[in-house]
Design a binder for this molecule. Structure first.
Ligand code: ISE
Length: 325
């Protein structure tokens, strides 16, 4: 059985997801793309149908499953429409622009008694991050003490604003902390240079681990994401995937990707492969669910509020509903 997928949003992420569905995934078929700009939709839809209305795509009999890559502020409502239509949905992070919007998704799944939603925290599918988790799980690192993160973009996207360093970018490190360590952030302190970029965010977890993250949205030299886990027996860190090393003019040079698409191309494809396999075979969902999406969005919002009040953020969430056990 081939899963017929409709993609909402044909921007930088939606067009890459559409390409992956067209070219890299056996068992899936890109049947529809919706974007406010019809030309952008037509450029990526392949043999599928172009929609100008997201609801029409979601409710189309041609569409079995929906991938949402629209602007962040639209995510929550579009996901709710997918749940109402009874269709599985992979939603790019964040799950919603606000904690309230994300919690409405959780409430809809609890009411339905069924999980429809996967959230696009693709680092869970990135081989370096997966290896880190495997080494930790197998006991090679010992008890985790510290996690150091670097999250640098070459130049912030033109739609970016200050709080998005947390709500759009740092949400990845919140999810990595929860997924890699199996811990819940309980305290966050944010410091920044004048102008707010870069930020340094220090989190303390419910197990006493300390997670430090630099978020720099305009580092100029390239897209650079790095993590180092410090444990009681060893440390382990991601190694930047490179294809070549150029030796010239007394230098040894490897290149940085220009954005997250190039750095995480394999992770995006593996994330979609796992999602399609789950839909087609009922295999367990190994990605981030709506509860994970709610927690990251709520914590990011709490951190932004604390930042604005020049305070530390005390992070807590409601009890996790049973359907997310
Ligand atoms: C972007 O939206 C992403 O999700 C990337 O993974 C992240 O590194 C970047 O900072 C975000 O703006």
């Amino acid at each position: 059985m081939s899963v017929a997928v409709g993609v909402i949003g044909a921007g930088v992420m939606g067009s890459e997801h559409a390409r992956i569905l067209r070219e890299d995934i056996n068992g899936a078929n890109l049947v529809a793309v919706c974007d406010a700009d019809e030309k952008r939709a037509r450029a990526v839809v392949g043999q599928g149908e172009v929609f100008s209305d997201a609801s029409a795509l979601i409710h189309s009999d041609r569409v079995d499953a929906v991938l949402i890559a629209a602007p962040d502020a639209m995510h929550g409502d579009l996901v709710l429409k997918c749940i109402e239509a009874g269709k599985p949905v992979l939603c790019e992070k964040p799950l919603a622009a606000t904690a309230a919007g994300a919690f409405r998704v959780v409430e809809a799944e609890v009411k339905a008694g069924k999980r429809f939603v996967q959230v696009g925290y693709m680092r869970r599918f990135d081989p370096p991050y997966e290896e880190m988790k495997r080494l930790l799980s197998d006991g090679h690192i010992g008890k985790p003490h510290l996690l150091h993160n670097i999250h640098r973009n070459a130049v912030a996207p033109d739609w970016f604003n200050g709080p998005m360093s947390v709500t759009n970018a740092f949400v990845h490190e919140i999810d990595v902390c929860r997924w890699l360590l199996g811990s819940e952030p309980v305290l966050a302190d944010v410091r920044s240079i004048a102008g707010g970029d870069p930020l340094m965010i220090t989190i303390e977890t419910d197990k006493g681990e300390i997670v430090s993250t630099e978020v720099f949205m305009n580092c100029q030299y390239g897209y650079h994401v790095h993590a180092q886990l410090v444990g009681s027996k060893a440390t382990v860190e991601t190694v930047r995937p490179v294809l070549t090393r150029r030796n010239a003019e007394e230098q040894s040079i490897t290149s940085y990707p220009i954005n997250w698409i190039d750095r995480f191309r394999e992770a995006y494809a593996r994330q979609i492969k796992g999602w399609i396999n789950m839909i087609a075979t009922g295999a367990p969902n190994t990605g981030a669910n709506a509860w994970d999406g709610y927690v990251t969005t709520k914590m990011a919002g709490d951190i932004v509020s604390a930042m604005n009040a020049n305070k530390m953020a005390h992070l807590d969430v409601e009890a996790r509903p049973a359907i997310y056990a």
